[in-house]
Design a protein around this ligand. Structure first.
Ligand code: HEC
Length: 443
């Protein structure tokens, strides 16, 4: 009898008869923990999910989005690697959102409501220093806008070590993505640009930041929808800004097609409490400047490689492709010949996600970093602007790119100029396709 009763009670709880799932008690905590970072005013998501009134109309859509795994966005293969910033919802949270929609989205008792989650007035970090573009960039209503570079004179009067940074779009409607570079004194990069004025660089080499990369200039902060702030304090590391550096805003704008508008983006950063022993350094990583994707190929493979020239640790990876991208993988080939896949996933152009390794990955000098990506250049890819085109490397969305931006840490005394060397497939001349895995030299 007792047993039967217990079975009855647990069934009733499971069905929500005893304690119906309500917004205030069950749903709001899930939204606060997992969704509001994007779903609040001024953020990347199209609607706010801060209150019952805001969330109520989306009850069904939220259920669908979390049951299908569309939300929160996360694309890494569960079987490869572990990531600090893994946003995958727990099974419990999925159940809560589903049960709430199925129960007709009740609000529940106001007393059950947790305090509103506090966000720092627009910032996800608490910046010690904020640098904004000195004047807004004016966009026309229509047309394509080439990459713009705005060099900002900062008058930083001392060396700084930075533990976190966040780039914020002034106008998320038109800033597709952006970066803020550190240009140390003496750098020749963008030497013709006038401070504060939007500048277009002459060559593709400049556009992808290779000049900057080769000079050892570092990226301070990046903006992509969904990327959030960047943290550099892995095992006490920090990012270096030498005294007298300029900051360079690299901006990729898309017009809104409706009316002229403007954008003044900014970057904020948090200073490290103590001078670090290891430096956090950001780099374009393995890059396939020589890529070629044949017309109509539904599964074109592209492989690129760099070799690390100093002992270091890999802490972060952010694959990058355009609208034909399908999937990505980052493999390490250690000096011993042992090969390890550290990140793998599906590509979605709308989401330029970065992946923070749960544990820094040791890469001894001589380790090769290999990026493998696949592209769908067939008519089946609904984003494909032209399946008849052979596609090569280029900055616009109808061109392609294949690289994996990386965050690494190494001894502060090492010159970042000498930490990476292009190798293997990345040194081949451009062919009709590839380069593919067949170009990889394995011992
Ligand atoms: C990293 C930012 C981010 C996070 C975190 C996030 N969303 Fe979203 N969400 C977006 C953006 C941007 C869109 C619009 C683009 C799209 O639909 O892909 C969106 C769209 C949606 C939609 C509309 C989907 C559709 O099919 O049209 C729903 C519903 C939704 N989100 C619910 C959620 C819920 C619930 C959570 C938390 C469990 C969540 N989101 C977490 C950014 C985010």
């Amino acid at each position: 009898m007792k047993l039967l009763q217990r079975i009855w009670i647990s069934a009733a709880v499971a069905m929500g008869a005893d304690a119906p799932v309500t917004f205030n008690k069950d749903v709001l905590p899930v939204l606060q923990a997992n969704c509001q970072v994007c779903h609040r005013p001024g953020e990347v998501a199209p609607m706010s999910l801060m209150t019952y009134a805001e969330a109520r109309p989306y009850a069904r859509a939220m259920k669908n989005a979390v049951v299908t795994g569309k939300m929160p966005p996360w694309f890494a293969d569960k079987n490869v690697g572990h990531f600090k910033n893994d946003k995958t919802l727990s099974a419990d949270a999925v159940r809560v959102l589903s049960a709430w929609a199925d129960a007709g989205a009740p609000e529940g008792n106001g007393k059950d409501k947790p305090a509103a989650r506090a966000f720092n007035s627009g910032w996800n970090i608490k910046p010690d220093v904020v640098v904004e573009m000195p004047k807004p960039f004016e966009l026309p209503a229509k047309g394509t806008i080439n990459y713009k570079f705005v060099v900002v004179k900062t008058n930083f009067d001392r060396d700084m070590w930075v533990s976190a940074a966040e780039m914020r779009a002034g106008n998320t409607e038109v800033l597709h993505h952006g970066k803020v570079w550190v240009r140390p004194p003496g750098s020749q990069w963008l030497s013709k640009a006038v401070y504060g004025e939007a500048y277009e660089v002459e060559t593709q080499r400049d556009i992808i930041g290779r000049n900057a990369g080769e000079e050892g200039n570092d990226i301070l902060g990046k903006f992509n929808p969904g990327l959030g702030p960047q943290y550099f304090d892995s095992e006490g590391a920090a990012k270096f800004i030498p005294k007298g550096s300029d900051l360079v805003f690299e901006l990729h704008y898309t017009t809104n097609g409706k009316n002229p508008t403007s954008d003044a983006s900014k970057v904020g950063f948090v200073l490290a409490k103590n001078p670090p022993k290891t430096r956090y350094y950001f780099n374009p990583g393995p890059t396939a400047l020589n890529l070629a994707i044949p017309a109509r190929d539904g599964n074109a493979e592209v492989v690129s490689e760099i070799t690390v020239q100093q002992d270091m640790k890999l802490v972060y990876a952010q694959p990058h492709m355009h609208v034909r991208g399908k999937d990505f993988e980052l493999r390490l080939i250690y000096p011993t010949g042992e090969m390890q896949s550290v990140l793998k996933g599906k590509w979605d152009f709308e989401w330029q996600m970065g992946y923070e390794f749960e544990k820094p990955i040791v890469m001894p000098k001589g380790t090769r970093m290999v990026a493998i990506s696949h592209f769908d250049n067939s008519a089946n890819n609904r984003f494909n602007p032209d399946p008849a085109a052979k596609v090569i490397w280029g900055p616009q969305n109808w061109d392609e790119m294949s690289n994996v931006f990386i965050g690494v840490t190494f001894d502060v005394n090492i010159d970042p100029n000498v930490v990476f060397g292009r190798s293997g497939p990345s040194n081949l001349p451009r062919g009709d396709s590839g380069p593919t895995l067949s170009a990889l030299q394995l011992k």
